[in-house]
Ligand binder design. Sequence first.
Ligand SMILES: *Cc1c(COP(=O)(O)O)cnc(C)c1O
Length: 473
Amino acid sequence: MTHMHVAGGIHADVSSPAPLWLVKPEDGNALSENIWSSTVYRQGDGEMSIGGMKVSQLADLVGTPAYVLDEADFTERARRWTRAFADWTVFYAGKAFISKGFAKWILKAGMNLDVCTLGELTVALRAGFDPAKIGMHGNNKTVAELRLGLESQVGRIIVDSPDEIGRLEALAQELGVVAQVMVRVTTGVEAHTHEYIATAHDDQKFGFAINSGAALVAMMRCYHSPRLKLVGIHSHIGSQIFDTDGFEVAAKRTLRLFQQFREATGEQMTELDLGGGFGIAYTKEDTPTEPEELATRLREIVEHECRAYGVSVPKLSIEPGRAIVGPCGTALYRVGTTKDVDLGSGHARRYISVDGGMSDNIRPALYGAEYAAALANRASKAEVILSRVVGLHCESGDILVRDEFLPSDVQPGDLIAVPATGAYSRSMAGNYNHTPRPPVVAVKDGQVSTLIRRETIDDLLRLDVDIVEGNVK
Ligand SMILES: *Cc1c(COP(=O)(O)O)cnc(C)c1O
């Protein structure tokens, strides 16, 4: 999304169709460490392996396309985050990717879990996730969702609108319980990310604005409700954010709100959740902040503001999604066709069509997200050329990797791997063109296990009801 560009001699050819940030690699087989999961490397013969398993073997076993999760990478990454944020509560944002098996990994890693629909909550409960460690989000939670949340006694419900507060009070009354709530606020921060994944400016659908006073009104309403227990304030400024400036402003504004609440009630708010959105590396140019540094900086920011307001430091929580699961995932595709397009002025672009596309990764089409790619089943001595990895769908915007230098001898039957696809790929996947969704498999020590099996055309047809007169099923 936002890259730092190094201008220089390499970009002297301004008419080149390659974007400025994309540097032609010296070695087309090199796997840049920052974007591939930790066990990915090229074996002696040049073939890529993940979790001790060759990609060709993986493709034979589970087919393509497939999402491959590197379990060792996950375990280590989760450990780093929970250790760095040991004195915080870490809620994994389930919308990045969730399955019953994966929820168990999250539980085992000692993280809490955020869900935002009945579907995600059900997956978590069926996986045996401790409800007390679940947070429920959503700007339009249904009565059924809220009911299941209250009945299963989730740890907290993050309220997002006046309507929801009323609905939740009525339900809690009916069930004879007290709901633990946090108030989601928008801090007016303009996060430096794509408009569709920025969530703290005032003109969007989430939360109660601090600027307009709506946030304090919502807090007071929850505070005075006999059926609600207000446990804290929640702010999520957006996703794929690389700097801490946005979090600093958000912390300042939420803590000022804590102070206003204390002035109004004489009581101190107990918890502050700063949300998720921590950026990851999708391409070589991305340089995310390490969790240890993030933890230090965020704590400093909060402590500094608390000192300024004379309030004690509240319990703190964060909600990383992408940062936990994104880098663990690699998408594997099989090449079907290749084609060169003459762009004029001596330039050309190689189109490499693979057996997936926007149905299994909508992010490039939705946000203009950039990815990298590599020839996976072999190394190549051929020169690299500017390539575009595209899918099989009936849209010219069906692009998986807009720009990448790939060996010029990539041919039908080769495997292409796309790193950093663990988050928001399977979870956002669809069935456009009646394309069944790929499986999610985990690899570790040369063993593969399925988390979500491949969808079949029969799975899709199961929903397609035969027309019978009077049939309203
Ligand atoms: C999406 C979301 C997250 C996680 O965002 P990432 O970019 O995946 O870290 C956390 N909290 C809330 C409320 C969200 O909506």
